[in-house]
Design a protein around this ligand. Structure first.
Ligand code: F6P
Length: 346
């Protein structure tokens, strides 16, 4: 198989396991195919401004357990810059790049899909702690975020018990409540609130009051940042839009804690986990998944695939068209919340 020149980039919010993907692509590309590898820095910004570094096995030593991304990341969207997509293509041609492996979520991969439509060879790798990309059972980073949130909930339980308090724990999850649901179940939450279903503050307060009337009973309420009260709107930390049109979320946990205290008279506190969920070393599961994704992505390049994303389906790594992956966010089926998690709410 003839060696090619491949560019990698990491876009959007970072996530544990990005470096493991980079290492896997570089190692397989260089050692099995004799490929030349470069990394655009800071996501699509690097492709737009032609800032890149060369990558090889030596340069990737020691990065497997490191969180973050050695390439840097940004939410730059070349489609929002006049002539931006054409500039990316011109840079790709100037560098003699045969294909791009972008590692990112729906925003980053939507740019990849558009470039594929313009003739650039692209194989994507799905990344997001939110786990909201369709076409793959799970994205790397999710498992680490859930573990971090679960550890935090365990800690919140002991202090909530000491003071007979309600503690609201706000986790990430813009469109999808996967982190809230999984960490809530794993951490034995008294309530789990997800973006998929508008929540009823009065009903939550009623259940918490009943629960505490049964005796001294600490309650941890897990809420995703994208959750919305019935008849209400998203709570945002800033109304400013990023280049993909998203506002910065944050604050719904504090608002809910305030309401709980006001309505029930119980003491309530809030903890927002924020970027703690995105930082730090990936779990073993995420390192393995990221490694498998990286190897599969470079293999797919050498099979001349394009406009696809590698994915985990029934335990196997396959490729799925971007069109499928980007059709809509993969959200939580509320049945899972009602049938499993709610069993433990009372
Ligand atoms: O990447 C997804 C995500 O983790 C969302 O859950 C969250 O809303 C967002 O990133 C935060 O992004 P930033 O780091 O740009 O504030």
């Amino acid at each position: 198989m003839k060696p090619v020149k491949i560019a990698l980039l990491t876009g959007g919010g970072d996530c544990p396991g990005l470096n493991a993907v980079i290492r896997a692509v570089v190692r397989k590309g260089q050692l099995s195919y004799g490929d030349q590898l470069v990394g655009f820095t800071d996501g699509w910004r690097g492709a737009l401004e032609n800032t890149h570094i060369s990558l090889d096995v030596a340069r990737c030593r020691g990065i497997l357990p490191r969180g973050g991304t050695m390439l840097g990341s940004s939410r730059t969207n070349p489609a929002r810059v006049p002539g931006g997509m054409e500039r990316v293509i011109a840079n790709v041609e100037k560098l003699g790049i045969d294909g791009i492996i972008p590692i990112g979520g729906d925003d980053t991969l939507s740019v990849a899909h558009a470039l594929a439509g313009m003739g650039v060879r692209v194989v994507g790798v799905p990344k997001t702690i939110d786990n909201d990309l369709r076409g793959t059972e799970v994205t790397f980073g999710f498992h680490t975020a859930v573990q971090t949130a679960t550890d935090a909930i365990d800690r919140l339980h002991t202090t909530a018990e000491s003071h007979d308090r309600v503690i609201v724990c706000e986790v990430m999850g813009r469109h999808a409540g996967w982190i809230a649901l999984y960490a809530g179940i794993a951490g034995g939450a008294a309530e789990i609130v997800i973006p998929e279903e508008p929540f009823d503050v009065a009903a939550i307060c009623h259940r918490l009051t009943e629960r505490h009337q049964k005796g001294r009973y600490a309650s941890v309420v897990v809420i995703a940042e994208g959750a919305v009260p019935k008849g209400g709107t998203l709570t945002t930390a800033s109304r400013e839009l990023d280049q993909f049109g998203h506002v910065r979320l944050g604050g719904i946990g504090a608002a809910l804690a305030e309401e709980i205290e006001r309505i029930t008279g119980m003491e309530a506190r809030v903890t927002t986990l924020g970027h703690i969920q995105r930082g730090g070393t990936p779990t073993a599961f995420d390192r393995v998944l990221a490694t498998r994704f990286g190897i599969a992505a470079i293999d797919a390049m050498h099979r001349d695939e394009t406009d696809v994303m590698v994915a985990l389906v029934a335990g196997e790594i396959v490729t799925v068209p971007f069109e499928v992956a980007l059709s809509s966010p993969k959200t939580v089926d509320p049945a899972l919340l009602h049938e499993v998690a709610e069993m433990f709410f009372s």
